[in-house]
Design a protein around this ligand. Structure first.
Ligand SMILES: NC(=O)c1ccc[n+]([C@@H]2O[C@H](COP(=O)([O-])OP(=O)(O)OC[C@H]3O[C@@H](n4cnc5c(N)ncnc54)[C@H](OP(=O)(O)O)[C@@H]3O)[C@@H](O)[C@H]2O)c1
Length: 328
C-alpha cells in the first residue's frame, strides 16, 4: 500500500505530518511563480513542482544564467519548452519588481513562493536607502505580492509561501533604525552609527518575512480572499547562500555545519512544497523539515511571540508600504 500523509498532533501545539507528499499532488494546469528560482532551494522547488505537473515562472537576477538553468531543467525533466519560463527580477530594484509582476500576472496564478534571499552580507543599501537584506528578503517580496494578488485570486487553491528561517526568533525588528537609514547615504557612517551586524540584519529580515506571512494571512482572511498565506523554512540546507558571509570564520563554521547537519536542496525544500500544495498543511504554523535522510517528514510549530505581535506587524506593514510605494 502506498504511504498516505498523516498528521500527528504533539505537545505545545506542534503538528507532525508524516509522508507529507503522499499521494503526490497533481498540479497539471497550475502555475507557480518562484523568486530566486535559478539556484538552491528555489530551483529544487521548481523542479519538483514541474514533476507534479505545474508550469513554473522563475524570477532570476541574471537572465543569461537563468536561461541556461531553464534549458537544463527542461532537458533533465523532459518538459515541453513552455512549461518553464524565466523573467528578470531584482528585488532591490522596485522598477524590476513591477515589470516582473506585470509579466507574471498575465495569467491566473496558483502558487507564489517568496524564496529569494541573501544572508549575512556586508552592509549595503538599496536605491531607497534601506539595508539590503531587509530590502531583498522582505521589502521586494512585499511589493511582488501586492502586484500578484489579483492574479492569485483567479487561481485554484491559491497560496503564498514565504520562505523564512528558524533564525527569525532572534530577530529584532527595530523599525526606527530602518527608517533612520533613509536619512544617511554613506554606508560606512551607518556601520559605525548603528553597529551593523550581518547576522543580526539577516535575522531581522527573516523575522520580517514571518511577520509578513502572518499579517498577510490575517488581511486576506478579513477580506474574504481565497488566497492563503503560509510560512515555511528549509532547516539548514547546502546551497550557495552560505558562501557570501563577509567573515571567513562564519563561512568556515557554516560550511562545516552544512556538511554535518545540512540537507541537499531537494529534501530541504519539503516543507516549502508541502506548504504550497498539501491539503493538510495549515497556515497558522511554521513548517519545516524534520526526520532522517531516509524518512523525511514536516513539522509545523507555533510561531514565537516575537512574530505574533499584531501591533508590530501593522507597523511593519505601514513601513513596507511607504518604502516600497505599494499598499494593499
Ligand atoms: N540554505 C539554508 O540553509 C537556508 C536556511 C534558512 C532559510 N533559507 C532561505 O531559503 C531561501 C533560499 O535560499 P537558498 O539557500 O536556496 O540560497 P541561494 O541558492 O543563494 O538562493 C537565493 C536566491 O535568491 C536570489 N536573489 C538574491 N538576491 C536577489 C535579488 N536582489 N533579487 C532577486 N533575487 C535575488 C539569488 O539569485 P542569484 O542566483 O542571482 O544570486 C538566488 O537565486 C532564502 O530566503 C533563505 O533565507 C535558507
Amino acid at each position: 500500500m502506498k504511504p498516505q500523509a498523516s498528521l500527528v498532533t504533539g505537545g505545545s501545539g506542534r503538528v507532525r505530518l508524516t509522508d507529507p507528499l503522499s499521494p503526490l499532488p497533481d498540479l497539471t494546469g497550475r502555475t507557480a511563480v518562484i523568486t530566486g528560482g535559478a539556484s538552491g532551494l528555489g530551483l529544487a522547488t521548481a523542479r519538483t513542482l514541474t514533476r507534479w505537473g505545474a508550469d513554473v515562472l522563475l524570477g532570476v537576477r541574471d537572465t543569461d544564467r537563468g536561461e541556461r538553468v531553464r534549458r537544463r531543467l527542461i532537458e533533465q525533466e523532459h518538459l515541453r519548452g513552455d512549461r518553464v519560463t524565466i523573467s528578470h527580477l531584482d528585488l532591490l530594484d522596485l522598477v524590476s519588481v513591477h515589470r516582473f509582476a506585470e509579466e507574471a500576472a498575465r495569467r491566473p496564478l496558483d502558487i507564489l513562493i517568496l524564496n529569494a534571499g541573501i544572508s549575512s552580507v556586508a552592509l549595503r543599501l538599496s536605491p531607497q536607502g534601506v539595508e539590503s537584506q531587509f530590502a531583498t528578503n522582505h521589502l521586494g517580496h512585499f511589493a511582488v505580492t501586492a502586484h500578484l494578488l489579483p492574479a492569485l485570486e483567479e487561481g485554484t487553491d491559491p497560496r503564498v509561501v514565504t520562505v523564512s528561517s528558524a533564525l527569525y526568533k532572534s530577530g529584532v525588528l527595530g523599525l526606527e533604525d530602518l527608517v533612520d537609514l533613509e536619512d544617511h547615504d554613506a554606508p560606512e557612517d551607518l556601520a559605525s552609527i548603528r553597529g551593523y551586524s550581518p547576522g543580526r540584519a539577516y535575522s531581522r529580515s527573516k523575522l520580517a518575512n514571518t511577520m509578513f506571512a502572518l499579517e498577510l494571512g490575517r488581511r486576506l482572511n478579513a477580506a474574504g480572499s481565497p488566497v492563503r498565506s503560509f510560512a515555511a523554512h528549509p532547516g539548514m540546507a547546502r546551497t550557495p547562500l552560505h558562501t557570501s558571509y563577509p567573515s571567513p570564520l562564519t563561512r568556515w563554521a557554516t560550511k562545516l555545519a552544512a556538511t554535518l547537519i545540512g540537507r541537499d536542496p531537494e529534501p530541504a525544500a519539503v516543507a516549502v512544497l508541502a506548504a504550497a500544495t498539501s491539503p493538510q498543511v495549515v497556515p497558522g504554523l511554521f513548517w519545516g523539515p524534520t526526520g532522517s535522510r531516509s524518512h523525511l517528514d514536516v513539522l509545523g510549530v507555533p510561531f514565537a511571540a516575537v512574530a505574533t505581535d499584531e501591533n508590530a506587524a501593522q507597523q511593519l506593514w505601514a513601513a513596507s508600504a511607504r518604502l516600497s510605494g505599494v499598499d494593499y
